[in-house]
Design a protein. Structure first.
Lengths: 341, 256
């Protein structure tokens, strides 16, 4: 069976293998125990990458596969974070039930946002989603609900069960987050390759044509936004467990923009691309911060412009088009952008 | 079953102050090839868009068999058995040729909401897609990305999409538009083939008179949004009014 694997599958399996042994490799290299010091720090770094990777991938299902531009994706991520936080801290729910609630709320939220805004498309849809996200952002900051949300201070010290405490059981949390990212990737891949996923891609390419073929495109867009919303909410919930808090920033525009950047840098419409993009942004941000201090976002902006200029299809897209010059890539990209709008 | 598969009653569409289609009563016989001709701007494509649900009329009705479909949503037209092609190539550019056609086959099946099965495992649709691609002679390009096809092949892909949809009524909006002259006979053969094997109705807008005259049983001539004349190819060729309004100027030159 192993002999039948193709190059990308080998790359994927090696990546997973590498991430599985990563904590122990770092421990060996530094000579420190695997559950403290530098190894523990780097596990934390990658845990954030895994969480953001799922968030970015959920964005890709919308933007890359269905062609829906959303400026309010933070809505799902943030609501997931607050839902699990409030249920664990104030309602005393157990972790399993809280996660089920996160999924249910994400479904309801996706359907409401979808039904109210999917009748408009393009930039108009983006603006409506932005309005929804801002509404929840203001709700999270509102002092009226301070006893539940902590208002602008955020929801602090969420009681995470001891067995997955990100501070004392870091290594276990690391494998949990890794498993979560892999599982979500497999689910997403299955969906985009299904008949439903193909219709989503058809809508991305040419929505009216898809309608003429007989597809009720609204339903397929609702499916896309719901799947994407659930994944983003789960990532948000895990993020709250990891940080032991949820603050209004998870609902802010910056969170959405982050997903957008990771998706574009990694490669739109490839699932794995946005996950790599999450890694690039997180690690690059860390190193730029170490090297240049607080002005690092300025430098990151320059790096971002360079990536968009020289890799118009992102990391994965460029890899798939290897052999073509970047001028040719740009010509094609330009054609696509002008044809679609 | 009604003799007429598609009828329009006083169908009218305004664009601002311009009346593009003006009280058109059209009757398309079930199983026939019906052509709509007329000079540029006569309202042919608008009439087509109204019949296929792409545009909504200002007034008037569209009847499919005995059913009023004037206000039916676009996606429901295909399920009734009405398929259309477009004058300007209208495909899914980043998908493969096969996937373009497969989506048309899948649209009429019941497997659109299976999130857990790989699309490529639904053999039935893939086979239908290959059959349609073979009919138009594109099967060897099945795995190519649609956007990279030359223009003439894109026109053929458009037809394959229509065939795979297995519609009862085919609305063809200028299928030869932009096609190389030597490809036109191939298209004609293909349309004849479709006619022979099935009981499909074809409603066609076309500028190429050789295609129209050799294919159509009934011709409707439109001029300034109205129906100027209707009849068999022989009747239309002999019609003095038609000659003056239309054929006299462009008939000999074919497509303008």
């Amino acid at each position: 069976m192993l002999a039948r694997l193709k190059a990308p599958q080998w790359a994927g399996l090696s990546l997973i293998g590498g991430l599985v042994i990563f904590p122990y490799v770092i421990a060996m290299l530094t000579g420190q125990p695997v559950d403290s010091g530098v190894p523990k720090f780097w596990q934390g770094m990658l845990i954030q990458v895994f969480i953001l990777a799922v968030f970015a991938m959920s964005y890709d299902i919308l933007m890359g596969y269905t062609g829906i531009l959303s400026f309010g994706h933070a809505l799902f991520f943030g609501t997931g974070a607050y839902t699990i936080g409030i249920l664990l801290k104030h309602a005393g729910w157990d972790l399993g039930s809280a996660f089920v609630a996160v999924i249910v709320i994400a479904i309801v939220q996706s359907l409401i946002v979808g039904l109210l805004s999917l009748r408009v498309s393009g930039v108009y849809f983006a603006m409506v989603t932005l309005a929804f996200a801002q509404m929840f952002f203001l709700l999270a900051e509102a002092t009226d609900f301070r006893q539940w949300t902590g208002a602008e201070d955020g929801l602090q010290s969420i009681p995470v069960p001891a067995w997955i405490s990100p501070t004392t059981e870091r290594l276990r949390f690391y494998y949990l987050a890794l498993g979560f990212a892999i599982a979500m990737y497999l689910v997403a891949r299955q969906i985009v390759n299904s008949p439903t996923g193909r219709v989503m891609m058809a809508i991305r390419d040419n929505e009216v044509r898809a309608k003429v073929l007989g597809y009720n495109t609204l339903i397929f867009k609702l499916i896309a936004i719901t799947v994407s919303g659930i994944m983003a909410a789960l990532a948000g919930a895990l993020n709250a467990l990891w940080n032991l808090n949820a603050n209004p920033a998870v609902l802010s525009v910056a969170t959405t923009i982050n997903a957008l950047l990771m998706t574009i840098i990694g490669g739109v419409g490839s699932l794995i691309g946005p996950m790599l993009g999450a890694g690039v942004i997180q690690l690059l941000g860390y190193w730029l911060n170490v090297l240049f201090g607080p002005s690092w976002p300025l430098l990151f902006g320059i790096v971002y412009i360079l990536i968009v200029l020289f890799l118009p299809y992102g990391i994965v897209g460029t890899w798939r088009l290897r052999g073509t010059s970047w001028l040719e890539q740009w010509r094609r990209r330009w054609q696509e952008l002008t044809v679609r709008s | 079953m009604s003799e007429w598969i598609i009828q329009t009653h006083a169908l009218t569409r305004d664009f601002g102050s311009l009346r593009a289609v003006d009280h058109v009563d059209l009757k398309v016989r079930s199983g026939s090839v019906h052509a709509i001709i007329g000079p540029n701007g006569a309202g042919k494509t608008t009439l087509f868009n109204l019949i296929s649900g792409y545009l909504k009329p200002t007034s008037g009705r569209v009847i499919f068999r005995d059913r009023d479909i004037t206000h039916l949503p676009l996606h429901k037209m295909a399920h009734l058995g009405i398929g259309r092609s477009f004058q300007i190539t209208n495909i899914f550019p980043t998908l493969t040729v096969l996937e373009n056609v497969r989506l048309a086959a899948q649209a009429r099946g019941g497997d659109n909401f299976r999130l857990w099965k790989p699309a490529t495992h639904l053999r039935r649709y893939t086979e239908q897609a290959y059959t349609a691609l073979q009919q138009v002679g594109l099967h060897e390009r099945a795995l190519q990305i649609a956007a990279t096809l030359p223009h003439g092949d894109k026109r053929r892909l458009e037809l394959a999409i229509l065939l795979a949809g297995d519609a009862e009524v085919l609305l063809l909006d200028e299928p030869t538009a932009g096609m190389a002259t030597e490809q036109v006979p191939i298209l004609l053969d293909l349309l004849r083939q479709i006619r022979r094997g099935t009981n499909k109705t074809i409603l066609i807008v076309e500028h190429n008179m050789s295609v129209v005259m050799s294919l159509a049983e009934t011709i409707t001539v439109m001029h300034q949004g109205r129906v100027l004349a209707e009849g068999s190819p022989a009747e239309i060729t002999a019609n003095q009014v038609v000659r003056e309004a239309y054929l006299g100027t462009t008939f000999t030159g074919g497509r303008q």
